[in-house]
Design a protein around this ligand. Structure first.
Ligand code: PEP
Ligand code: MN
Length: 338
């Protein structure tokens, strides 16, 4: 971190600032020029409140040269992290497709969809049991019954299951869940992040609706700093001024994350667009940008879906998406398990 002190400052105040920095356990490198004094902070600056330093009268500017995330930072862990979900690997040369309905609605629905997406090439089954809905009057998910049905679909198809956890209180019920999803709305629910950081299961961490990449990585850091290093990041679109799509898929986040973190990155083209016919082009673009996988909403009867029908693919449309993704994978040096 570099602090530039304003011109002609009282030396005592400059010394006070340096002593305060040293008291935080950091080394100070000072360079005195004709026009300004520059203080370099050396060491773990993650504990320095950058806004506090910026607000000091004698300070002209503060620049971070070191990212505040450590565990997630590629600088300290140059190789890709491979997250293994029951033998299906995320990261490195691996490419996985997670598919299933937005929410679990009935036994028939989840089993039918699970069988269809498995046949098409999906390796993991998604399905919400506890749904974070904008309106309290909308379908909230089947809750524990939904979890039971997911487990049934897992038993019948052998597919590992991915489902959202909304509250730490429910954690004990997630024992048979293979991947815990933390939804966009909970990306900064820090107590929940810490709780899943103490769990020995992979975490699918979706990007917050208006979260910066750094805020997102800091959320991954919350999970990892508690011990759980198995975090998969999921770009699911961010809110912009564009009304033609539900969200705007931030494709550039993929290569940026690949530079900055060793964690696997997947894309959710369903929530990113909100439009079923956009799922295929956005899936292809995501593969081209270097994603390690996709998570796609599929429903056996989209017009009657209780949640997110407009963005859900029918099984045969999902099959087409997988078929068009496959030939692209060798171009980006990736491969699917099946
Ligand atoms: C979902 O996956 O169904 C979901 C609610 O996603 P997000 O948290 O990205 O909105
Ligand atoms: Mn959904």
């Amino acid at each position: 971190m570099i602090v530039v002190v304003k011109k002609n400052q009282n030396e005592k105040q400059v010394q006070n600032l340096m002593n305060w920095i040293r008291d935080l356990g950091l080394d100070v490198h000072v360079s005195r020029g004709e026009n300004s004094t520059i203080i370099g902070l050396v060491g773990d600056t993650s504990k320095v409140d950058i806004d506090l330093v910026r607000s000091l009268d004698i300070v002209e500017s503060v620049t971070r040269v070191q990212e505040p995330y450590k565990n997630a930072n590629r600088k300290f862990h140059p190789e890709d992290t491979i997250v293994d979900v029951a033998g299906h690997k995320f990261g490195g040369k691996h490419f996985q497709i997670i598919a299933g309905p937005c929410s679990v609605e009935s036994e028939k629905q989840i089993i039918e969809v699970a069988e269809a997406v498995k046949k098409a090439g999906a390796t993991l089954l998604r399905g919400g049991a506890f749904k974070p809905r904008t309106s309290p009057y909308s379908f909230q998910g089947l809750g524990l019954d939904g979890l039971k049905l997911l487990k049934k679909a897992k038993a019948e198809t052998g597919m590992p299951i991915v489902t959202e956890l909304m509250s730490e209180r429910m954690l004990d019920e997630y024992e048979d869940v293979d991947v815990i999803q933390i939804g966009a709305r909970n990306m900064q629910n820090f107590d929940l992040l810490k709780a899943v950081g103490r769990v020995d299961k992979p975490i699918l961490l979706k990007r917050g609706i208006s979260a910066t990449i750094e805020e997102w990585l800091m959320s991954a850091e919350y999970v990892m700093s508690e011990g759980n290093q198995n975090v998969i990041l999921c770009e699911r679109g961010i809110r912009t001024f564009e009304p033609y799509t539900r969200n705007t898929l931030d494709l550039s986040a993929i290569p940026i994350l690949k530079e900055r973190t060793h964690l696997p990155v997947i894309v959710d083209p369903s929530h990113a667009s909100g439009v079923a016919r956009l799922v295929r082009p956005l899936s292809l673009a995501s593969v081209g940008a270097g994603a390690d996988g996709l998570i796609i909403e599929v429903h056996n009867d989209p017009p009657h879906a209780l949640c997110d029908g407009a963005q859900s693919l029918r099984p045969e449309q999902f099959d087409e998406v997988v078929q068009s993704v496959r030939p692209l994978l060798p171009v980006v040096h990736k491969e699917m398990d099946v």
